[in-house]
Structures are given as C-alpha cells and as structure tokens.
Design a protein around this ligand. Structure first.
Ligand SMILES: Nc1ncnc2c1ncn2[C@@H]1O[C@H](COP(=O)(O)OP(=O)(O)OP(=O)(O)O)[C@@H](O)[C@H]1O
Length: 336
C-alpha cells in the first residue's frame, strides 16, 4: 500500500501499440498484437483481461510489465505507474532501470513462472537470489521476513528447505507467488497463473492471490481466458479481441449486461448446470494480426455486422458507470 495518498491511478496505459516486427529475406512483417490500448487501473483493484487465444493478452501484459524484447517492440503510446512513493513513465526509463522496478515495485508472475525456481537448489536459495538485494536487510533479518511472509500466506517456512521437485504443482505455484510478492510490490501482474492446475488447486491459488491483494492493498492485473475465474476474482474486466480492447466495465456489469457481441458470446458460451449439450462456440477463427481486417476486427465473425463495421474502426465509447464499448451497433442500451 502506498505510504502517501495516491493522486493518480496505479496504472495508466495510453494509446499503447506493441508489434512483433520481423524482417525475412527483405520482407518486413508486423504482427499488431497490441494495437491502440488505453486503460486505467486504480489502486487496490483487481483488473482482469479476458479474450481467446492469440488475442494479444500476454503481449499486452508483457509490454505493461516492461518485459519485452525483440521482435516485440513498443511502436507508440505510454505506460505510467504510480507506486505511491514513486511515479514511473516506464518507456522513458533505460532498460536496466525498468528491470530494477521489477521485484521491488512490480511483480510479474508470467506463464510457466514456476521455472524461476532453480530445480537444483532449495527454495530458500531462489528467495535469496531474487529478493535479497531488493530488501536492504541483513541476511538473518531477510530470512525472518521471508518466513513471516510465508506464514501470512499460509505456507509453512519448511518449504524453504525443499527442492522444487519435492513440491506439488499447486504448492510450487503458491511458492512462486510468495516469491514474487515478498518485497511487497504495489502492483502485481499475473499471466494465466492457474491455467495448468486442476480445479481444486486452482481455487487455493486464487484464494491466495486474493489474500495477498487484501493484505498488501496492491493492484493486480490478472490475465486469463477463463471467464469463470474472472467472475470470481476481478473487480473490473477488459475484453480483448485481435489486439484491441473491445469492452470494459465492472465485472458484475459485464456479466449481467454484456454489450459487445464478442463479450456476449464469451459469456453465453460458459457452461451452466443443467445444460443438455455443450454450448456452441463462435464460428470462424481470430484474424491474422499481420493482416487484420479493416474496420472492426470482429466483423467477419459478428452475427450483427453492418456495412460501417467493415470500414470504420469503432471507437471506445463510454456508456456511463465506467462501462466502455467499441461497437457501432451499440446504441440506446441494447445491441441492435
Ligand atoms: N515471437 C512472436 N513473433 C511473432 N508473433 C508473435 C510472437 N509471439 C506471439 N505472436 C503473435 O502475437 C499475437 C498475440 O499473441 P499473445 O500470445 O499475446 O496472445 P494471447 O491472447 O496471450 O494468447 P494465449 O492465451 O494463447 O497465450 C498472436 O497472433 C501471436 O501469434
């Protein structure tokens, strides 16, 4: 929790474009994975990003975490954090300054992050390797702080003596979350942290994330394609389609009253108790982001596409109450 009252959102992303840029045999190819994203995340808030595979979720949060490397490049736009004690314009910093912010102010739990635990060394050593130099404590006090942090997260300090292979998948992921948060960062970014886990273990990891957030009053940016996880965890939700944000609002509003045809599809395709047969998926496939369709990128799959949708990119419009949508067909409260 910031020590001084924050004056700006925890995160401001403005007009962010990040493309995979490659050049093979003289031909330049650009995959527009993050294409003009603007969003705000408040202090003490859990913000979710949803969307199907290849919609650009991971590319967006890697860019927000400052964890990109070629061929992914920021083409334009900005990412600003307010950590309370420090405000940061991420892409005005030198790469090494961006790295220094990680751990201390910004935790990034990436897909497959269990690999941060060195398989040949005890868990204690991973804590020392990653967190010791950021905490500014002598070693005995550092290890005591690590143990206290583990206990707060309902993990026994005994896990520090284990090798990663001695822990179950769920326990390893919980240890990784403890490691990412031991320096008490103000902002936590998590990319599909529960996807590889079974449902029961997934629940324990989500409970832990919620407890960490409450205890530290941190902001969380949480990415998953799993809408049920968003329904249970997030305060607000952004829906991504083909590199763009198409709808955003309070999670409960989006579930009760989705407005974009793509969000409507995502929510209607969730299985319900009593379903006689599986719900139908959306026809077609997401567009090739190296050559996306003009106008609204969803129009080739949209059941209500109009002529304008094939030509004009729909701007994000406010519907009030923090609900925003980018869809030409949304007027007067219903999708026409
Ligand atoms: N290294 C790369 N070079 C070129 N294109 C890439 C690269 N990595 C990802 N992409 C492309 O960028 C687009 C967005 O991918 P991204 O992984 O961000 O989507 P995602 O929504 O996170 O998908 P998933 O849920 O499957 O991880 C896709 O079209 C993908 O093929």
């Amino acid at each position: 929790m910031p020590e001084t009252a924050p004056t700006s959102p925890a995160l401001r992303v403005d007009g962010l474009k990040a493309y995979y840029q490659t050049r093979w045999f003289g031909i330049t190819r650009e995959v527009r994975a993050v294409d003009d994203i603007t969003l705000r995340i408040e202090h003490d808030e859990i913000y979710g990003i949803a969307g199907e595979s290849s919609s650009g979720k991971s590319s967006l949060i890697k860019t927000i975490a400052g964890a990109i490397r070629p061929p992914l490049n920021v083409v334009s736009g900005s990412v600003n954090f307010d950590f309370g004690t420090r405000k940061v314009d991420l892409y005005s910093l030198k790469p090494e300054e961006r790295t220094a912010i990680r751990w201390k102010h910004l935790a990034y739990i990436m897909q497959g992050s269990m690999s941060v635990l060195n398989p040949l060394r005890r868990v204690r050593q991973s804590f020392v390797d990653f967190a010791f130099r950021h905490m500014g404590l002598p070693m005995p006090a550092f290890l005591r702080a690590v143990e206290e942090h583990l206990l707060k997260l309902h993990l026994q300090p005994g896990v520090l003596d284990s090798y990663p292979h001695e822990l179950s998948g769920g326990m390893r992921q919980r240890v990784v979350i403890a490691l990412a948060t031991v320096c008490r960062p103000g902002f936590i970014i998590a990319d599909e942290p529960t996807t590889a886990l079974d449902v029961v273990v997934q629940k324990s990891v989500l409970t832990m994330i919620r407890e960490v957030q409450r205890e530290m009053r941190a902001s969380i940016l949480f990415v998953t394609h799993d809408m049920a996880v968003h329904a249970n965890l997030t305060d607000r939700l952004g829906i991504m389609y083909a590199g763009r944000l198409v709808e955003e609002g309070r999670t409960r509003d989006l579930f009760r009253n989705p407005r974009h045809p793509y969000t409507i599809h995502l929510i209607r395709s969730l299985p319900r108790i009593g379903d006689a047969e599986p719900r139908k998926g959306l026809e077609g496939t997401p567009p090739n982001l190296a050559d996306p369709p003009p106008g609204c990128r969803f129009h080739p799959r949209c059941p209500i596409a109009m002529d304008v949708c094939r030509v004009v990119v729909p701007p994000m419009q406010s519907l009030g109450g923090g609900h925003r949508v980018a869809c030409h067909a949304v007027t007067g409260g219903t999708v026409q």
